[in-house]
Write a protein that binds this ligand. Sequence first.
Ligand SMILES: Nc1nc2c(ncn2[C@@H]2O[C@H](COP(=O)(O)OP(=O)(O)OP(=O)(O)O)[C@@H](O)[C@H]2O)c(=O)[nH]1
Ligand SMILES: [Mg+2]
Length: 244
Amino acid sequence: MKTNSIGIVIPTFNESESITLLLTQVSYAVTKLGKKVAILVMDDNSPDGTSKIVRDFIEFNDNSLLSVKLRVREKKMGLASAYKQGFATLKDDCEYLMSMDADLSHKPEYLLDFWSKATEGKDMVIGSRNIRGGSVEDWALHRKLISKLASVYCRIILWTNIHDFTGGYNLYKSSIFDTLSFSDIQAEGYLFQIEMKYRISQLGFSFCEIPIVFPDRIHGKSKFSKKIIFEAFLGVWKLKFNLK
Ligand SMILES: Nc1nc2c(ncn2[C@@H]2O[C@H](COP(=O)(O)OP(=O)(O)OP(=O)(O)O)[C@@H](O)[C@H]2O)c(=O)[nH]1
Ligand SMILES: [Mg+2]
């Protein structure tokens, strides 16, 4: 018997300026949702003291529907491994799993929209910036273009009807991971989001996209780089031909 409706994994690296507001907003959304939610913050020993701030939030959290836990790993180990470890930890206790960034680009108010699609029976619900009603705010034109082109590129090569392949705000039915093992997901970085969506759709699970407005991070530093784009560019072909 799963205790929580949703388990949310939030990976953090130097998010001290955003994390309290994010957790407060999630708590508010959880109250509106009226379901039990568990958050697991996966912090990679952020030098800016993110973990201390999360501990303070945990101490003063008085929302009985919300449990917040923190895991601190020794050093920066990447987004994909944070998600995989986090999901593996929450899987048996939560009916659904969600990925959410800590920089406030993923607005917690959308939890209700994700949940409504989950209750309609979808196995995977994708937060999409590239369908009607969705958008990116404040990004430079070149970054908007790269993001949109990346999704078109994946859509054509992987021949899958998903409009936002690279976005990280998604919900998964946790039973998906009885079929799909975390060790089968090889990718790091952006490719991780692409690989998750592709493999889950290939396995025949149902999915849909919901529109999200995605504001740029206000605080903290972007980890976006040419290396990330390059990895994803080649990686999509490896995925298609099932190469390691
Ligand atoms: N635990 C952990 N979290 C990470 C790591 N790298 C990034 N993150 C977190 O993963 C989330 C997404 O990273 P972002 O840097 O926002 O990536 P992005 O949204 O593609 O790019 P920007 O918003 O422009 O920085 C944020 O909450 C980061 O703090 C990492 O190595 N380990
Ligand atoms: Mg971000």
